[in-house]
Design a protein around this ligand. Structure first.
Ligand code: ADP
Ligand code: MG
Length: 209
């Protein structure tokens, strides 16, 4: 049962809603300004599916989320987020949700996204958040960190990764058209992914304590 997914989707949606103007301004500075609209279209679809998502096992819920995002988000981020969740679903098949399996699934999802977008860390994209988060999850499992510390490490990694994009030259996506003019701006997708990950981590920390 993936019923714990419901507050996580709501938390991600409200984090984007609360920071919509800020993230839009970032995408206007280095992209075409539609990133928040794209994401909100996907999150709104997920919010209409909360009941059915909650009734599915984790692999099926992640698959459905991926398919919904693929067909609703659009932009570069739509196919990339779709790919992330579908690969996570494959990894979770037949497995229970725990820290080790989540770390493995997230790492698989990020690898699939890297392949889909032919991008890696250091190119001023959301991968600069997602890769360090995958690494933080993996190292927390290796150190057998309890959930609250794991979540702190995840939030720290996401924030540091998001901040790191400010000084980067973009080599993928629309921001790459700007060359050096994109330097000085945080990448919109890095900020939105950090906001959603931190919001999800906070909900999980609340339910763990
Ligand atoms: P579009 O750029 O098509 O308008 P969005 O505005 O929804 O799409 O998303 C832009 C975000 O997508 C960027 O801020 C960046 O983080 C991310 N992005 C773009 N290209 C890639 C890529 N190849 N790999 C990973 N993330 C990418
Ligand atoms: Mg855009």
């Amino acid at each position: 049962m993936s019923s714990t997914i419901l507050p996580l989707i709501r938390a991600a949606a409200s984090a984007i809603r609360e920071h919509a103007d800020e993230v839009t301004a970032l995408d206007q500075a280095t992209g075409d300004g539609d990133h928040v609209i794209n994401l909100q279209r996907g999150l709104a679809v997920l919010e209409t599916q909360l009941e059915v998502l909650g009734s599915l096992d984790w692999a099926s819920a992640l698959q459905k989320i991926g398919m919904s995002l693929l067909s609703s988000v659009g932009g570069a981020s739509g196919s990339l987020y779709g790919t992330l969740f579908i690969a996570m679903s494959k990894s979770m098949k037949g497995r229970e949700m725990n820290q080790a399996n989540l770390a493995e699934a997230f790492a698989q999802g990020v690898e699939a996204m890297k392949a889909r977008g032919k991008a890696d860390r250091g190119e001023k994209t959301m991968l600069d958040v997602l890769i360090p988060v995958a690494d933080a999850l993996k190292s927390a499992v290796e150190q057998a960190l309890p959930l609250p510390q794991t979540l702190d490490e995840v939030k720290r990694a996401a924030e540091a990764g998001m901040e790191s994009t400010r000084g980067m030259l973009a080599t993928k996506g629309r921001a790459s058209f700007l060359g050096e003019r994109a330097i000085g701006y945080i990448d919109a997708g890095a900020r939105s992914s950090q906001l959603m990950i931190s919001a999800i981590a906070e909900v999980l920390a609340g339910s763990a304590s």
